[in-house]
Write a protein that binds this ligand. Structure first.
Ligand SMILES: Cc1cc2nc3c(=O)[nH]c(=O)nc-3n(C[C@H](O)[C@H](O)[C@H](O)COP(=O)(O)O)c2cc1C
Length: 173
């Protein structure tokens, strides 16, 4: 699904790490993809302000695979993050109320959420403290490998941007 691509980064041991994320916005002109995440999650330290990120998306109906790479940037303050927070639903903002960050250990199965918001729609006031844990991940795409699966013959193309100028070529699938 293009809506929930796999986002890969490099961990502190130099190993690949990947996870599914919801794609919130694709800005074609600026080649920017926007994701939302918890600032306490390991991927935030891995990507920081300019680490390489690889994104894999597959659209089953169109049978199209996209492999994209570029530099990622995590932004937690300023108008970009404020706007992304404001446009998120109450349920989406509730995730950021978790008392401990993603990946923290727990003795029992848990959502990590405070009991007063567990299993119910929170109010604006209740989600407000989650803002400090919220961050936006922006990825600027520099290279895109497009693959179309078709019985009549697959097709594949590579587009690379240098100084904002796209260079495309066909590849053997
Ligand atoms: C369908 C689906 C959508 C998800 N969307 C997000 C998302 O938008 N942002 C996010 O940080 N994690 C999302 N997750 C959870 C991540 O896959 C991951 O487990 C979590 O962010 C911890 O990642 P990390 O340990 O690599 O930082 C989603 C998981 C699934 C299954």
């Amino acid at each position: 699904m293009m809506h929930t691509p796999v986002v890969a980064s490099i961990d502190q041991h130099g190993l690949p790490d990947q996870r599914v994320m919801v794609l919130r916005e694709a800005d074609r002109d600026r080649r920017l993809l926007r994701f939302h995440t918890d600032i306490r999650s390991p991927k935030v330290d891995q990507i920081g302000d300019g680490a390489p990120v690889h994104i894999l998306a597959y659209e089953a109906d169109a049978r199209v695979q996209l492999r994209m790479s570029g530099l990622g940037r995590v932004v937690s303050d300023g108008p970009e993050a404020d706007a992304a927070w404001a446009e998120s639903s109450l349920f989406a903002r509730r995730c950021y109320l978790a008392e401990q960050g993603p990946g923290s250990q727990s003795g029992v199965p848990t959502s990590g959420l405070p009991t007063q918001v567990e299993g119910r729609k929170p109010s604006e006031d209740q989600v407000a403290p989650g803002r400090t844990n919220f961050a936006v991940l922006m990825v600027r795409i520099d290279c895109m490998d497009w693959f179309s699966l078709a019985q009549a013959g697959h097709r594949r193309a590579l587009v690379e941007w240098e100084g904002g100028v796209p260079h495309g070529r066909w590849l053997v699938p």
